[in-house]
Design a protein around this ligand. Structure first.
Ligand code: GDP
Ligand code: ZN
Length: 354
């Protein structure tokens, strides 16, 4: 048995860097390119067979540079680099592999570990560099769901923002989960029901919870279990508190304490995949202000706005914008009160902002 260069996961000490899901305002092109690049790299590799490799499956949990990866496999962490052949696909400063990538690690040369294959991604979470080239920066790959965190009060729930987040999740190929925290601040439970009724009727998972009372927290854990999630939502809605409640060992500083240890904080600029003790992972990402999506969003919003994916196929026109068209299933649903006027207004506001 070869001596493995085991690295225990260091206790995580960063303040949760919520991904401020993008305003849908700034949208860019080229979102297919990263998927394509991985596919291409993978198929080239599959062709060239190299002897003597001892490959194990792993997952990229952190990237320190183009050549320094932390790979998790079966609970063990390996410091790894890229194989020579993968390195030839590196260009500029863009990393070839992203946090969350499923890879094959060659352990035959232990304690030197090399990433030999990057497996095709099921999705990516990206943002685009500024400037005229708008190079795609993949923040993470293979993330299952976005926990869209709102609070009932402080700050006040903003359904229009939930709608935007749901659109963005759909465009990124991530499952949205609507979480309303701080329900201890709600006097009338009917109000909560009313605020979330549409999302439930349209088939979204909605969790009403409170880190103070503990209500809804087991339900949230069940949703997170065995999946890879990223928390998103306005600051102050309680994301760090929710995570600490579920995984106290992470000790993320919440609003009360974060000002004290701002200096000593862990400063990776890259995303990190943190395992939950109950299964699955939490993706922590640096504060990213604009994860701008692709330029076709305006054309896609009529299909991905919450609930509209079930109506849009029944519109007469495939490119129906649900505004002035004849025989529009969304306008019909609006008349029949299946779609509340508030949600329809929110839809129009998103469309106008693009
Ligand atoms: P983040 O910015 O989204 O990570 O939010 P924090 O976790 O830092 O929480 C912001 C504030 O909300 C803190 O003062 C928390 O104590 C408070 N908070 C978190 N969860 C709850 C809750 O369920 N109920 C109430 N009333 N306050 C909460
Ligand atoms: Zn329509």
């Amino acid at each position: 048995m070869k001596q493995k260069d085991k690295k225990q996961p260091t206790p995580y000490s960063g303040r949760l860097r919520a991904i401020s899901l993008p305003d849908v305002d700034v949208l860019d092109e080229g979102r297919e390119s990263a998927h394509y690049k991985t596919q291409r790299a993978y198929s080239k590799h599959a062709e060239s067979f190299k002897e003597g490799l001892e490959l194990i499956e792993g997952r990229v949990s952190e990237i320190h540079s183009n050549y320094a990866y932390i790979i998790e496999s079966g609970g063990t962490y390996y410091n790894a680099t890229l194989s020579g052949r993968l390195k030839q696909f590196l260009y500029g400063s863009q990393a070839l592999a992203a946090v969350g990538d499923r890879i094959q690690l060659d352990i035959s040369q232990a304690p030197i570990y090399r990433v030999e294959h990057i497996l095709p991604r099921s999705n990516t979470l990206s943002r685009y560099a500024g400037g005229s080239f708008q190079k795609e920066i993949v923040i993470a790959a293979n993330i299952d769901q976005v926990i869209i965190t709102s609070s009932w009060r402080m700050p006040m729930i903003k359904p229009g923002l939930i709608d935007r987040y749901i659109c963005i999740a759909a465009l990124e190929g991530l499952k949205p989960v609507v979480v309303i925290n701080k329900i201890d601040l709600c006097e009338y439970p009917e109000d909560l029901e009313e605020a979330t009724d549409y999302y439930r009727r349209m088939g979204y998972s909605v969790i009403l919870c409170s880190t103070l009372s503990g209500e809804g927290m087991e339900e949230l854990r069940q949703i997170l279990k065995d999946r890879d999630s990223v928390f998103s939502g306005q600051s102050g809605t309680g994301k760090s508190s929710l995570i600490n409640y579920l995984e106290p060992s992470l000790k993320l500083p919440t609003a009360e304490v974060s000002s004290f240890n701002e200096k000593g904080k862990h400063t990776t600029t890259q995303a990190t995949l943190i395992p939950w003790s109950f299964g699955g992972h939490l993706l922590d990402t640096p504060g990213i202000k604009t994860i701008n999506l692709h330029s076709n969003a305006k054309a896609d919003i009529p299909h991905v706005f919450p609930g509209f994916e079930s109506f849009a196929p029944h519109c007469r026109f495939r490119d129906c914008t649900h505004s002035h068209e004849a025989d529009c299933a969304v306008l019909r649903a609006l008349e029949e009160d299946v779609v509340p006027i508030e949600r329809y207004d929110s839809y129009l506001r998103i469309m106008e902002s693009l």
